[in-house]
Structure formats: C-alpha cells, structure tokens
Write a protein that binds this ligand. Structure first.
Ligand SMILES: Cc1ncc(COP(=O)(O)O)c(C=O)c1O
Length: 440
C-alpha cells in the first residue's frame, strides 16, 4: 500500500512545480490555532507553528470556533446558489461590510463590490472594469496598464501581464501576455526619501508618453509581496495617485496580500492616505477558510461601466458570491471588527523585529526587514528551499521560502512566544543551511 505522499506524487500537481516533484512534501494530519501536525515522507510526525498562515490567509488560525460555526450555520441553510438573478444574505452583508471598511475621503469612495472566486480573478475583473470605464468615457484605445517592476498580481493571463516582466513568467507566454508599461520599482522604504524625486520623474515620463493608451495604474501599495517582499515609501503611493489623476487613469490598488490588517493598517493604502478607484481584496478575506476575493470600485466607475455600450460589467463566474465563502468572510470581518487585530499585528511585528534581527550578522544574509506582521530575511543567494524547509520543520516551524527570501506572515493570533519560536527557527535554519553550503 503506497503512502499518501507517494499517491500524491503519482497524481497531483503542486504550485509552480514539475509533475515529478523532487522537493520534500509533508502530509497535514491536523491543523488547530497556529499549529499544524505534519507527517514527513519517512512517517515521522512534526508539530509545527504555521509561520505562513497558509499563504497569508489564515489570519485567525485554524479551526476558529466563530469561523467554524458561521460556515456550519450556512451549510445548514444552503451551500451554493448561482448569483445570476438570485441573491442571498451572506453576499449582501459582505458587500456592506467591505464598503464600510474600505479607505474613503470626501469625493472618492468605493461603492460597489464584485465577489470573485480568487485573487487572480478579482484582478482580472479590476482590469476589465478599468478598460470598460475608459471605453464608456469615449477612450476605447485605453487598453493598457502602467505598473511598477517587481509586482505580483496573480497567475491568470491578464494578471500575469501586470506582474514583473522578468520574474513574472512573461518569457514563457510571450504571445499571450499584453504588452503593458513598466515603471521602475520605487526606492526601498528604508532608503527614503533618497531617489523618490527621480523615480517620480520616470513614472511621469512613462504616463505622459503612453497616456492615450493607458486605462489605469495597478500596484500593490506599500509592500510588493510575492514579487519580492519589497517595502516602499507611502509617498510613492501618493505620487501614483497624483499621476493617475493627472492623466485620467484609474488607480487600482491590489490589497490581496496587504489588506485586512497585515501591514498594521486595515488597508496598506491608509499608510499613504490614498483612496483607490478600484480595490482588490482576497486571501485573508475568508480567514483562509474558502476561496473568495472582491473587487471594489467607486460609484463613478460602476456608473460608467454600466452606462457603456455593453451595458454591464462583462464577468460572471459560476461560483460568484458562493454563500459558504461569504459566510466565512462575514465571520472573518466580524472578528476583525472587534479591533483586536491592531494590537495583535503590533505584537507579532515587534516579535519579528526583535527575533529576526540576529540574522543580520550572518554572512549569507543581505537584509532583514519587517513591516506590520511581515518579517523577511533576504539572503545574498537563492534559497535552498528543500534544505531550509526541512531545517525549520526540525525547529518546529513551517515556512515556504522563495527566490532568495525566507519570510514569515504569522497568523495574527500568534502569541509573543510563538512568534519568537518562528523567528528563532528561521534564523537558525538560515544559519545551519548556509554553514552546510559553505562546508560542501
Ligand atoms: C498581491 C496579490 N495579488 C493577487 C494574488 C493572486 O491571488 P490568488 O492566488 O488568490 O489568485 C496574490 C497571491 O499571492 C497576491 O499576493
């Protein structure tokens, strides 16, 4: 009888992996609070703390009683209905909550919500909204997007088209990806204000050159996540808002990674005091329980799109506004509404700052940085993913490094002690694996 891992290896794809996976694989036997119980390929069991929040989504932890109860309640009612021609309480409540939480200022606020089935799809919808908005306003040639290098917005084709052109899979699908306009990456937050004026001039030049063909600017505000865990100054988000307004472009903020408290504000845009025309939220939206994302837009965008030739926003997935996912999201937003997340994120952030600092003295480490409940160790060379992952698991922690980054985004509920265990394990794993490499 083959083990579960052998059966997996014979049948399944994993994210960004070849069919015959060579990286180690662990079976999840249980997940509760911040803890996972893993079984490795040799049959050994490991109790680990999840420093990834399952790709940044499980902010309240696993098996949260409020979350579990909300989904069970909805399950006892109905689990799915189509959203064409039908509606239901979880969807309406979710839209109302999201709109009341989103950044707003006099003259600009989001007023309408599209419930998409994943982050990538919410980005597709945002891009469509922008193009339909421009077309409805008599500018049908505006079909391209301006973004900054180093971004990540998802794996579907339009979303990939605004990911970093070098690291974002563009070379694998040259005939399928839109040719968008890429401005340089802003200066790092730690370097500010050096370089901001030059960067502004570059972005302005590109916006001027291409304004007749641009529909919108799209960026992850303050923190580029999967594109490199790169933090940049709030001033640069404000500059993008100004440039968008000056050239009649919409500003799309992708807060799928940063939204719902992760950076210390409910939305990262609030660090900059910027209100977007279109806002994408996902990941933590359902507390990581079910897949759901949302694209929020201003009344101006919604009215223009609806008055355009098509007379509608041209998107409508089968599982749009799935009631179970909406119930999970309502429970997750309800937990956030208690406000405890702010102290939680501050505690996690302080723990990461203190706990990761010792990594700076390691030769293999180029930089250590934290922002909200995000902690990053940047190595001088590419990470040996298998070696680092095995090493942290031995130290009782789960992380998933990529490129030259060993990083963590712990669940908000992580205690100071748990954060310390996570950070200490990461530093130890980096030290051990870089020593082994140096000795080899
Ligand atoms: C900023 C950002 N946008 C979009 C996405 C895509 O979301 P999903 O994986 O749910 O499609 C991600 C996922 O990591 C992300 O970090």
């Amino acid at each position: 009888m083959s083990s579960l891992i052998e059966r997996d290896r014979a049948t399944l794809w994993h994210p960004y992996a070849p069919a015959s996976g060579t990286l180690p694989l662990w079976e999840v036997e249980a997940a509760d609070g911040v803890a996972l119980r893993l079984r490795d390929e040799q049959g050994r069991t490991h109790e680990v703390l999840d420093a990834m929040s399952s790709w940044w989504s499980v902010i309240h932890g696993y098996r949260h009683p409020v979350m579990d109860a909300a989904i069970q309640r909805q399950l006892g009612n109905f689990s799915h209905v189509m959203f064409g021609g039908l509606t239901h309480p979880p969807a309406v409540a979710l839209a109302e909550s999201l709109l009341s939480m989103a950044p707003a200022e006099p003259g600009r606020r989001v007023e309408r919500v599209f419930l998409a089935d994943s982050g990538s799809i919410s980005v597709e919808v945002a891009l469509k909204m922008a193009v339909q908005f421009q077309t409805a306003n008599g500018r049908p040639k505006r079909q391209r997007f301006l973004t900054i290098r180093g971004g990540y917005h998802g794996d579907t084709f339009a979303a990939m088209g605004v990911c970093d052109p070098v690291d974002g899979m563009h070379s694998s699908f040259p005939g399928l990806l839109a040719r968008n306009v890429f401005a340089p990456r802003p200066p790092a937050a730690a370097a500010a204000p050096a370089g901001i004026a030059e960067w502004r001039a570059e972005v302005e030049k590109l916006a001027r050159q291409h304004s007749n063909e641009l529909a919108a600017i799209i960026v992850e505000p303050m923190l580029q996540g999967a594109g490199g865990m790169f933090m940049y100054p709030a001033e640069c988000v404000r500059i993008l808002r100004d440039i968008a307004d000056h050239h009649g472009l919409l500003l799309i903020l992708d807060e799928i990674a940063t939204g719902l408290g992760r950076t210390g504000e409910l939305f990262a845009a609030q660090h900059a005091g910027v209100v977007p025309d279109i806002l994408c939220v996902g990941k933590a939206l359902t507390g990581g329980y079910l897949t759901l994302a949302a694209t929020l837009c201003t009344g101006e965008v919604a009215r223009a799109v609806s008055a355009g030739e098509a007379g509608a926003l041209l998107h409508g997935p089968t599982f749009m506004a799935n009631p179970l996912a909406c119930a999970a999201a309502n429970a997750s937003l309800g937990i956030l509404a208690t406000g405890a997340w702010r102290a939680d994120v501050a505690r996690v952030g302080a723990g990461l700052t203190a706990g990761l600092a010792p990594a700076l003295k390691l030769d293999a480490v180029a930089d250590v940085r934290t922002f909200g409940a995000v902690g990053v160790i940047e190595l001088t060379d590419a990470v040996d993913v298998a070696a680092v992952t095995r090493a942290v698991v031995e130290h009782g922690v789960w992380v998933r490094p990529f490129r030259n980054l060993v990083y963590t985004m712990p669940p908000y509920i992580s205690s100071a002690t748990e954060v310390d265990v996570m950070a200490t394990a990461m530093v130890a794993a980096v030290e051990e694996t870089s020593n082994q490499r140096a000795a080899a």
